[in-house]
Design a protein around this ligand. Structure first.
Ligand SMILES: [Zn+2]
Ligand SMILES: [Zn+2]
Length: 761
């Protein structure tokens, strides 16, 4: 009975049957074993998937995953989805690094067009910048793709039937069973009919059994009839050869069959291969202490030799082992490449360039994308060597710096904090705080001398914190008037890229994630506090900054505030104080952010109507009313306006007009998107107006749960209690604290904002 005929109330299959059925279905669906004839049929229909080399295969894997746009520094950038990994299966994403991704992908795509990458793809950058994750995700992408129908990858095996099946007197003796068709392939024989099998460790392309003299014409005719026009080079397929052992077997069979090629290919079993990092199939990472090479072993007296026909048994068969053969048809990474001795590095670079390796006088052609990760300090030392010039041409460099975008760095620490929170409560904003401090330590002072006149003054005045916000969201400092702010926004790409041609590029120096993670973990166990709190982390970071011998980034010479780690920690600390203050204010529930947003929107509705002499729709009555000049003035009081009000209003209206033309489908217009700086100013002004009230509540919160609390007037107790409840709510405005770290945070904000203000900030 087939499964289709079973009715729902019949017994479901036993677990073992179910597993067996599912494995069988997958086996069949994947087409794991194919005859050579089937492969040829497939080739005639669509030759490309069967002839591509490792660079082309990697390109296809990248394209298979696709790409999307994400916000970069000052512009949208392409992000390749392959680097997003897969949360469900625990494959972590490479956070940020879109520029490095793009550079890697462009190199691979160019190599795919040319038909071979004869250089090593060298990823260099400071320690822990994500070089290895980048390569790991490329390998993971290959793995996933190799399980897709479009990503089928085939390798060659040789198969030898038992005598009664073969029955051709090929030295096996015995008689023909009679059922075997003499033209049929042995590829799909039942296991009991197989006498021996030779598996190629290099996973030779089965189509290499087509003689190379025929291959070009063979490919051309198939390509002509296929629908998709392809322009890349297939020189690897056309000029490639079987590995020495496959060649040995092939020649021996051809001789035994007296040149009858049809009979030779009956022995070809086409096996689908799946790339695997775990089993080192087409995805290998070599550590510096490993022997990144290939060795040979003679197969004499091996059990698998026993079933071979006598003429093969007499050949000196051997097998190759090692990282190079394991990685064949995939991607090999040399981790910490320059930690090897120079001779070995030289040898590996030559191997990359030539595309083959010689083992015991035999030449093994390789089809591998070679990658290497290199620590910047090692690379720097390497560049000083006289040999560097000759090495350079064999390497294709891609820089992988530390991140400079706050949101990306923050998501790294969110992960770390959420891991830590399994054993100990972590106060809100510590991920943002850590990220902000790390980013600040990485920023370089603009190259002020390269700018002229007003621009020079503009960039010279840019503080690290202002630069961080400019990178993070295009935010310009509030101290600038609108024309200076526009000018700075216009300069952003230049500021972002001006250090990139230097050997000391931006993102080379600074705190690494590893160092910040260590600080977070130490803050967690500090003084046995119940949670990781703002003050614990700040103290930890302050101690770290005080001990310059601890990390390299603490030794970088300061240029004004840039790289002055103590000053930068103060900047980050003040920002954390402000974030906490906003939480307290939200938890007090005196002015909701929604209310501010509503008034922000109303301002622009009325402004446009006012300037154009039109009416506005009053949402409360549904009737149209004249624009409210008082409302305009009440909001403008709260905005940093440094020009005549008429001019200011006209400018806003013309920007709204231009934005409306660019966004014809946006109805109503999203003013928060158009004027994020103004919304922020407005929010802050509302906030400042209530600052005193907030400070009072903060002091009361600190008394909460102490005898002094009862002495407060009942109204104050009520507000403080509500604030504490909201702060300690799991979510909602200002929530996420526990009572312990809520008090710590409130105290922290009081202390550090007061200090900052008394310093005149
Ligand atoms: Zn082979
Ligand atoms: Zn807590």
């Amino acid at each position: 009975m087939s499964p289709d005929e079973t009715t729902p109330d019949e017994m479901t299959p036993a677990p073992l049957d179910r597993i067996a059925q599912s494995v069988a279905e997958r086996f069949e669906g994947d087409r794991r074993l194919v005859t050579f004839d089937d492969l040829l049929t497939q080739f005639q229909q669509d030759p490309y998937p069967l002839v591509r080399n490792s660079e082309q295969y990697l390109r296809d894997a990248v394209l298979h995953h696709g790409s999307h746009s994400v916000p970069g520094i000052g512009e949208e950038v392409t992000r390749w989805r392959l680097f997003d990994g897969d949360q469900a299966t625990g494959v972590a994403a490479l956070i940020g690094q879109e520029e490095a991704q793009q550079a890697v992908i462009e190199t691979i795509f160019a190599a795919a067009r040319e038909g071979r990458l004869n250089r090593m793809l060298v990823l260099h950058g400071p320690n822990g910048s994500g070089k290895s994750s980048l390569v790991e995700l490329l390998q993971w992408g290959l793995e996933v793709y190799s399980h897709e129908p479009g990503g089928a990858l085939y390798a060659l095996r040789w198969i030898f039937p038992k005598a009664d099946v073969e029955g051709t007197g090929l030295g096996f003796g015995g008689t023909t069973r009679g059922t075997a068709d003499s033209a049929a392939s042995y590829a799909l024989l039942e296991a009991e009919d197989v006498a021996a099998r030779i598996v190629c460790e290099l996973r030779c392309n089965p189509l290499f059994v087509v003689p190379d003299s025929e291959r070009a014409a063979f490919l051309e005719s198939a390509l002509e009839s296929s629908t998709e026009r392809r322009t890349e080079s297939f020189r690897h397929f056309i000029n490639g050869n079987l590995c020495p052992r496959c060649k040995q077997v092939y020649e021996a069979l051809l001789a035994a069959y007296k040149g009858d090629w049809q009979r030779v290919v009956r022995h070809v079993q086409v096996e689908r291969v799946f790339v695997s990092r775990r089993y080192r199939i087409g995805a290998v990472v070599t550590q510096p202490q490993g022997t990144a090479d290939a060795q040979m072993r003679i197969l004499a007296g091996d059990s698998q030799m026993a079933g071979l026909p006598p003429f093969l048994r007499s050949l000196p068969l051997f097998e190759v082992m090692g990282d190079l053969p394991d990685a064949n048809r995939g991607l090999l990474e040399f981790s910490d490449f320059l930690k090897r001795n120079l001779e070995l590095s030289k040898y590996l670079l030559q191997t990359t360039e030539k595309g083959f390796v010689t083992v015991g006088n035999r030449l093994f052609e390789l089809d591998v994308v070679f990658c290497a990760s290199v620590n910047e300090r090692h690379l720097h030392a390497f560049k000083q060597l006289p040999e560097f010039a000759s090495f350079q041409a064999r390497m294709s460099f891609v820089r992988v710096p530390y991140l400079r975008q706050l949101s990306q760095e923050t998501s790294v620490y969110r992960e770390i904090c959420s891991e830590m929170s399994r054993s100990r409560h972590v106060a809100p904003h510590l991920a943002e705080y850590s990220a902000l401090f790390a980013i600040l330590t990485r920023l370089e002072r603009p190259r002020v001398d390269d700018y002229e006149g007003d621009l020079r003054e503009l960039v010279a005045g840019l503080t690290p914190l202002e630069k961080a916000w400019l990178y993070a969201e295009g935010r310009t400092p509030d101290r600038l008037d609108s024309s200076a702010a526009n000018e700075l926004r216009r300069l952003l790409p230049r500021i972002r890229d001006e250090h990139q041609r230097e050997t000391q590029y931006e993102g080379l120096f600074g705190a690494s994630v590893r160092e910040m993670r260590a600080a977070l973990i130490q803050a967690a166990v500090r003084d046995d506090r119940p949670c990781v709190s703002p003050s614990a982390l700040r103290e930890q970071l302050r101690e770290m900054c005080a001990d310059r011998s601890l990390y390299r980034f603490l030794q970088v010479e300061a240029e004004e505030r840039y790289h002055d780690v103590s000053a930068l920690l103060d900047d980050a600390t003040r920002q954390l104080g402000l974030w906490i203050l906003v939480d307290v204010q939200n938890a007090m529930q005196i002015v909701s952010e929604d209310e501010v947003d509503r008034r922000f929107d109303a301002y622009f509705q009325h402004l446009v109507a006012f300037v154009q002499n039109r009416t506005v729709l009053d949402p409360s009555t549904g009737s149209r009313v004249p624009a409210d000049a008082h409302l305009l003035i009440s909001i403008e009081k709260l905005l940093p306006i440094q020009q005549p009000i008429e001019e200011y209003r006209r400018e806003l209206v013309s920007r709204i007009g231009a934005y409306a033309i660019d966004h014809p489908d946006q109805q109503p217009l999203d003013f928060a998107k158009l004027f994020p700086d103004l919304l922020r100013s407005l929010r802050r002004s509302f906030f400042e107006e209530r600052r005193e009230a907030v400070t009072d509540v903060q002091r009361h919160v600190l008394l909460y749960d102490t005898p002094g609390f009862e002495d407060l007037p009942s109204e104050a107790r009520e507000v403080a209690t509500r604030t504490v409840q909201n702060l300690t709510a799991e979510d909602g405005p200002g929530g996420g604290y526990c009572i312990w770290c809520a008090k710590d945070a409130v105290d922290f904000a009081l202390l550090h904002l007061e200090v900052a203000e008394s310093e005149g900030e």
